[in-house]
Design a protein around this ligand. Structure first.
Ligand code: PMP
Length: 333
């Protein structure tokens, strides 16, 4: 019997989807790894599970303990649900700018949710620093201690993709893959998949797809961190080289405006029946740019990170799009 064991057994082994319209438009084979089909609804279930298992192995996370993390939402959902399945509590710190849908989902998952005002990383009140301090405090006060997941600088995150996502993509393509493009939040997915693929075939071209307002495009293109503009996408856009990004073999970088990502997201609904979040649009725009650069006949893979329903009140809300000066497709009104 081919039965998966609970929530944890359902993480990973996601399908790789051929995207018809983008493939036709580019003359390439554009493939999306369907990470939105993970049981918590995003690519971050993999990192959550790996970080928790690694914390247990190292003795940092004890039975009945509390997992603490700062997250744009998806990692928190993954941690809370894996936590539920394994008997851990979760305390999640989230910037108040993130979508209501993700906050509601976190509460539903049983996380103790702490919303904080959005602040840059250099500010001590940034959600990542708040979560670290909170973990230190709770480690003293909680009967079974607390564990800070530290997804940005804990390389157990990218290990999930070195051992899981990357090899799965390679196997699903039978090794016939020419390029891989993805955005970076923590950088775990981009770095881990890039490392796994390059190890198997060093000629595969790996590319960062960066949203506006992030500093990595400038870093990989010109050697220094520099940010310009802003983006409505969530979960991606990094201003520093996290430990997960250190040593990542990245060949190319593209800067993707929201309008380009959204056009793809809206097309996917109309032509493929896939309703995905904004970071998937940035990833696909990066895959398309890489396809155009490499020319017809190549196979390019990217990540479909999470469902569009997680951003219903933003990406698919004409009033929100107009307020941000973004185009509203005629069929939406
Ligand atoms: N897309 C979404 C919607 C996310 O929540 C995240 C994680 N923050 C990413 C992409 C990027 O993944 P990673 O942290 O592995 O770079």
């Amino acid at each position: 019997m081919k039965i998966r064991k609970g929530f944890i057994g359902t993480i990973g082994n996601t399908p790789l989807i051929h995207l018809k319209k983008l493939s036709e438009d580019t003359g390439c084979t554009i493939l999306g790894k369907a990470e939105f089909l993970n049981p918590g609804g995003s690519v971050k279930d993999r990192a959550a599970l790996y970080i928790i298992r690694d914390g247990e192995r190292r003795g940092h996370l004890k039975p009945g303990g509390t997992i603490v993390e700062g997250t744009a939402g998806n990692t928190g959902i993954g941690l809370a649900l894996v936590g539920n399945a394994l008997g851990y509590k979760s305390v999640i710190v989230i910037p108040d700018t993130q979508s209501q849908e993700k906050k509601d989902a976190l509460r539903l998952c049983g996380a103790d949710l702490r919303e904080v005002p959005a602040a840059p990383y250099r500010d001590p009140n940034n959600y990542v620093h708040v979560s670290r301090r909170l973990a230190e405090e709770l480690n003293e006060s909680e009967p079974h201690g607390a564990f800070w997941a530290n997804q940005f600088d804990n390389v157990a995150n990218r290990q999930a993709h070195i051992e899981g996502t990357g090899p799965e993509i390679w196997d699903q393509c039978d090794g016939k893959i020419d390029g891989f493009a993805a955005a970076a939040g923590t950088g775990g997915t981009l770095a881990g998949v890039a490392m796994a693929l390059k190890e198997r075939d060093s000629t595969i071209i790996t590319a960062l797809a960066d949203p506006m307002g992030a500093a990595l495009y400038h870093y990989y293109k010109f050697g220094s961190l520099k940010a310009e503009g802003s983006s409505i996408t969530e979960g991606i856009g990094q201003g520093r080289i996290t430990a997960n990004l250190e040593g990542a073999p990245i060949d190319e970088a593209f800067q993707i405006p929201d309008s380009e990502a959204l056009e793809i997201i809206f097309d996917l609904i109309q032509y493929e029946g896939l309703v995905l979040g904004g970071s998937s649009g940035v990833n696909l725009a990066g895959a398309v740019r890489l396809a155009r650069q490499m020319g017809p006949g190549h196979t390019i893979v990217t990540i479909l990170c999470d469902y569009g329903s997680r951003y219903q009140s933003k990406l698919f809300n004409p009033a929100f799009l107009r307020e941000k000066g973004l185009p509203v497709p005629p069929w939406m009104v």
